[in-house]
Write a protein that binds this ligand. Sequence first.
Ligand code: UD1
Length: 421
Amino acid sequence: MENQVSQQFVVEGGRRLNGELHIKAAKNAVLPIIAASILSSEDIIIQNVPDLLDIRNMLVIMQSLGCKAEFKNGNIYLNCRDAKASLVTADLTRALRSSIFMLGPILSRFGEVELGLPGGCAIGKRPIDIHIDGLRALGVKVEEKECSIVCKKRKSIEGEFRLKFPSVGATENLIMAGVLSNGTTIIYNAAKEPEVVDLSNFINALGGRITGAGTNTVVIKGVKKLYGAIYSPSADRIAAPTYLAAGAITRGCVTMRGISCATIGSCLNAFEAIGCSIICGRDFVTLKLNRRPKTISKLITTPHPGFPTDMQPQIGAILSLAKGTSIITETIFENRFRYALELQKFGALTNVATQSTEICGVKQLKPAEVVAEDLRGGAALTIAALATNGKSIIKDIHHIDRGYEKFEEGLRSLGASIVRI
Ligand code: UD1
């Protein structure tokens, strides 16, 4: 970890990106799927997985619970036959927000769990009240301690719960909590994100009985036992448009393979508004931009199928070069514009407020030394550096490693000049 904290990218800007990349499984789909694997005692293989810090940290949590969890040749091999509901300490859970996913499945299988509080990107307050209120509504006794959460089921986990906001993580946690049960769980105002669909498809492949994932009502009919499976999660709908954004900002032409336009539709709308031309294949997306980007008068992040908050900073980086003023409104997280302050070091004209940021495009960005303060913001700053006319440094790139597998190698294969030191 010490080493990773001190690593940085050195980017020589000014090169047009051209070429293609293969997109692997979505980090945000893989993480809850790993957690859900504790619901089964049989062999599970998850395919086409990117080697990411968050995923490695999640596997360490699984091992601490007694699961066999191995990452080999892009696949994850899991077997939780010998798992126990032992305490998951805060030093493990602090490493990532997704550690909270362990609550539901451990409870479902063992009836009790003590879990350290989660960590994750510093993009504002990230409470877990919806997870906890949901579990309570399904018959779980929850005690919140200073550094951990202790949960115990009263009888069977079942019942109905309406989320006050369609939280992705809370929807996934409650789905997993209801799987091994004698009763039925119904979740209203559920998140409709594709990762929720992936999680239910995975659990159903193991023998679960979940319907409605991808709509706002999800029904989980309890089963006695789950089996094993080999599963390929969907391609990463944030990684792909991030590389497309790198292509666009350098006025290049890049192709992402292993993903379809339908999977990243709301991002493509933004790219088209900027002036990009897009070609949609059955299993690929090509993007080309050969002029100065156009502004987007109003870009608003919203839950799926709206424009995803996780792509907001990358599009913000492109808009810093558009002719005119764009306004981005963030409705999901409260502190997701720190990158926009860093963008100023490249000469971008940003007027940052809590919920909205105004970006007045400049003709040319200049090289700078900037700090990645969170995962997607760090990716956005790296993309901005590609469009400068000189040598930039991005510090604290361990944040970027949490969500992009060898980001610099991907960009280099498209023709960027970027090294990790
Ligand atoms: C997931 C994604 C993350 C993405 C986010 C929104 C994973 C691993 N991460 O995060 O990349 O940016 O969805 O699409 O899938 N909230 C509460 N109480 C809760 C839970 C959430 O108030 O109990 C709030 C959060 O603070 C935030 C909003 O709801 O403001 C959305 O959070 P949520 O949908 O839960 O995001 P995550 O599951 O953490």
